[in-house]
Write a protein that binds this ligand. Sequence first.
Ligand code: CO
Length: 153
Amino acid sequence: MAFRKIVTVGDDVLRKKCFEVTAFDEKLHQLLDDMKDTLYKAQGAGLAAPQVGVLRRIFIIDTEESGYIEMINPEIVATSGTQYVTEGCLSVPGKWGEVTRPKTVTVKFKDRYGVEHKIKAKDFFAQAVCHENDHLNGVLYIDKAENLRNSSK
Ligand code: CO
């Protein structure tokens, strides 16, 4: 097991646009394994590579709807509907806010071996895909959240 440090808001790395992954190699697999360990330790629903200081188009998600899933070079190709949902982020500790997200998204992505997939995500899974995909473009949910507040313990 290897954990990576999760960078928090204020760090420039969270505001950069990430680069496409071109090598589906051992180094990528190690990064993904470390991200998975880091996500589980932090008890989050998703983690994007820039959150561990790596400017690559990679995120992982673990929700009830999706199970654990890795998405590399993801591209949201269709959305439908809207949902008004509460959101937080491991890089913005102790805060919550409401955002409007699509109700469903169709996302194309590659797995760790470079094989392309296309799936339709809905509800919390769709929310997570949108939240993590924003990270790859330097966008944080606090940029669009309403009623941003500190979590009550
Ligand atoms: Co986040």
